[in-house]
Design a protein around this ligand. Structure first.
Ligand SMILES: [Zn+2]
Length: 319
């Protein structure tokens, strides 16, 4: 491809008649180098990443770039346009937990397969995430550590430029989103960056997404300059999530980023009158990664088994 920026849409129609529309910007550098893909908007209300992706398209100069940068600012376009949260607006599946290879399957499988055709040649992938409208999230960078030692090391190197307090090595395969694990298996260094909260495109979070990914692209040797290396702490604990067993109203007593002691009160689920159904306490000393800031808890709403509407709080054990 000649040096420059090409912006286009990949458009495909699923057998149900629903379209996939992927905006794709490809920046081809003046010098040879690897291929790096940056994507966002897989979960359509996670806006900080979407705005950071746009900033890459608007600012990266082909003459400074070695290799090819592919930017997909909005993966789940239909959900984005409907202001739909987390799950696909078409089939209510969780895009992050599907892999390509079955385009004849559900709409979400078709979407992931279409996305894969765009990014499969990449050496590096950054997938930008955040907290949805209903989630207060403490910015951190999870790293899939399920690949070979070489791939894991390259994936980790992508996380080291983010201005976040914590990065997390995620070694348990069942806790790594399937698409991230598959990329690691195939030798594609990748991370998913969790920066932003409550569906708010705060400048602070857009900057962290952009600057962190920029440092990662520098780390790959594709942009000039020495990548930033802010002070970070490493999380290696056990991830766990507390889910409600009863429909009700959630009153969270802690904040994202809090370190809670074993036995500490986390919050209360009440009925619609405010009478307590259950109180929750931390089983171990943990960091609060995010909690559902929406009080509305519905245990009956479990599309495809997902616990999106009955989750209360997500934590990781900490030493
Ligand atoms: Zn997400």
């Amino acid at each position: 491809m000649p040096t420059g920026i090409e912006k286009s849409f990949v458009r495909k129609t699923h057998h149900t008649g629903h379209d996939v529309v992927l905006p794709v910007a490809t920046i081809t550098g003046a010098k040879d180098g690897p291929t790096f893909a940056v994507m966002s908007g897989m979960h359509a209300g996670e806006y900080a990443g979407i705005l950071a992706s746009q900033r890459f398209i608007q600012t990266v100069k082909p003459q400074e770039l070695s290799g090819r940068l592919i930017v997909i600012p909005i993966v789940s376009m239909k959900s984005f346009l409907m202001r739909y949260m987390q799950l696909s607006v078409v089939d209510e599946r969780e895009v992050h937990f599907h892999v390509p290879g079955n385009p004849q399957g559900s709409y979400t499988e078709f979407l992931v397969d279409t996305l894969w055709q765009v990014i499969k040649g990449a050496n590096y992938v950054i997938d930008m995430h955040a907290g949805e409208f209903a989630q207060a999230l403490y910015a951190w960078i999870p790293i899939p550590m399920t690949g070979s030692p070489q791939v894991n090391k390259r994936s980790k190197s992508l996380a080291l430029g983010y201005r976040v307090e914590y990065i997390e090595e995620r070694a348990s395969r069942k806790s790594v989103p399937q698409l991230a694990a598959m990329m690691s298996d195939l030798g594609i260094a990748n991370i998913w960056a969790e920066v932003g909260k409550n569906g708010l495109p705060a400048k602070e979070h857009v900057d962290i997404q952009y600057d962190g990914a920029y440092a990662a692209i520098q780390t790959a040797g594709m942009l000039p300059g020495t990548p930033a290396r802010p002070k970070q702490k490493l999380l290696t604990g056990r991830r766990y999530q507390i889910n409600a067993e009863t429909t009700g109203v959630w009153n969270c007593a802690v904040k994202e980023g809090d370190v809670v002691e074993k036995g500490q009160f986390l919050g209360r689920l009440t009925d619609f009158f405010g009478d307590t159904i259950k109180e929750y306490h931390a089983p171990e000393k943990s960091l609060v990664l995010y909690y559902w800031s929406s009080p509305a808890i519905n245990t009956d709403r479990r599309p495809h088994g997902y616990d999106w509407h009955n989750s209360l709080i997500s934590l990781i054990t900490i030493g």
